[in-house]
Design a protein around this ligand. Structure first.
Ligand SMILES: C[C@@]1(CC(=O)O)c2cc3[nH]c(cc4nc(cc5[nH]c(cc(n2)[C@H]1CCC(=O)O)[C@@](C)(CC(=O)O)[C@@H]5CCC(=O)O)C(CC(=O)O)=C4CCC(=O)O)c(CCC(=O)O)c3CC(=O)O
Ligand SMILES: NC(=O)C1=CN([C@@H]2O[C@H](COP(=O)(O)OP(=O)(O)OC[C@H]3O[C@@H](n4cnc5c(N)ncnc54)[C@H](O)[C@@H]3O)[C@@H](O)[C@H]2O)C=CC1
Length: 153
């Protein structure tokens, strides 16, 4: 059986993190990531309006264009979250070749890391995964943990 993924807590503040796509899924992940870094770069021609606020606050940089591989030449970590699955696959192949950590949101087999459900209170940060087997269960666990942290801390 495949081993579970290890929960590594990483300093993202100086890492170059790129999110490709700015729709429903990307938006949720971008919002989560802005608690951990102010150096987030988003590449997409169509941008969910909620992200304009984060851009105005200086928390993210948005490149409003179709993605090209050269956009991520300097990246440390890439999240491919466009609705074009073949493009997400090309991003994956490039990142593997360049040894850039990559997460493809439509294919759990193309994830060096999984995006966790997050619960945070003060300095306590909890990241939850069901190892790609059950995102609904991950969500339920996160909701319970959030309640528990609210009561406890
Ligand atoms: C493997 C993983 C890889 C990764 O992406 O990192 C992955 C993969 C996939 N998710 C899919 C679908 C959905 N995932 C969600 C929700 C969440 N998904 C999250 C994580 C992960 N999702 C990674 C680890 C999963 C694990 O722990 O087992 C959470 C924890 C974090 C977050 O995303 O913020 C968050 C819950 C917590 C929260 O909400 O707080 C919803 C619900 C919604 O969006 O409201 C739907 C749509 C509704 C539905 O389909 O039921 C599809 C099919 C895509 C398609 O149809 O193309 C794939 C592809 C595949 O499984 O191969
Ligand atoms: N892992 C997860 O939790 C989930 C993953 N998905 C998958 O996530 C993907 C995205 O879904 P949504 O966010 O709902 O889509 P959406 O339609 O809301 O957004 C798509 C985004 O991709 C961008 N895009 C399209 N072509 C592009 C290009 N050439 N260059 C740069 N950006 C481009 C668009 O501009 C838009 O911002 C789908 O592939 C879906 O299968 C869906 C649900 C949950």
């Amino acid at each position: 059986m495949k081993k579970p993924y290890f929960p590594l807590f990483v300093d993202l503040s100086e890492k170059k993190v790129y999110v490709i796509g700015a729709g429903t899924i990307a938006k949720r992940r971008i919002r989560s990531l802005t608690d951990f870094t102010d150096h987030l770069i988003v590449v997409a021609p169509e941008v969910n309006p909620e992200l304009n606020g984060l851009e105005q606050e200086g928390k993210i940089t948005i490149l409003r264009k179709k993605f090209e591989l050269q956009d991520i030449a300097e990246a440390d970590i890439v999240i491919a979250a466009t609705n074009d699955h073949s493009l997400n696959g090309e991003i994956y192949d490039y990142c593997i070749e360049q040894e850039i950590l990559v997460n493809v949101c439509n294919d759990k087999k193309k994830c060096d890391f999984y995006f966790p459900g997050l619960a945070m209170k003060d300095n306590v940060v909890v990241g939850v995964t069901a190892n790609g087997t059950n995102h609904k269960m991950a969500r339920k666990a996160v909701e319970k943990i959030r309640e528990m942290l609210e009561e406890w801390l």
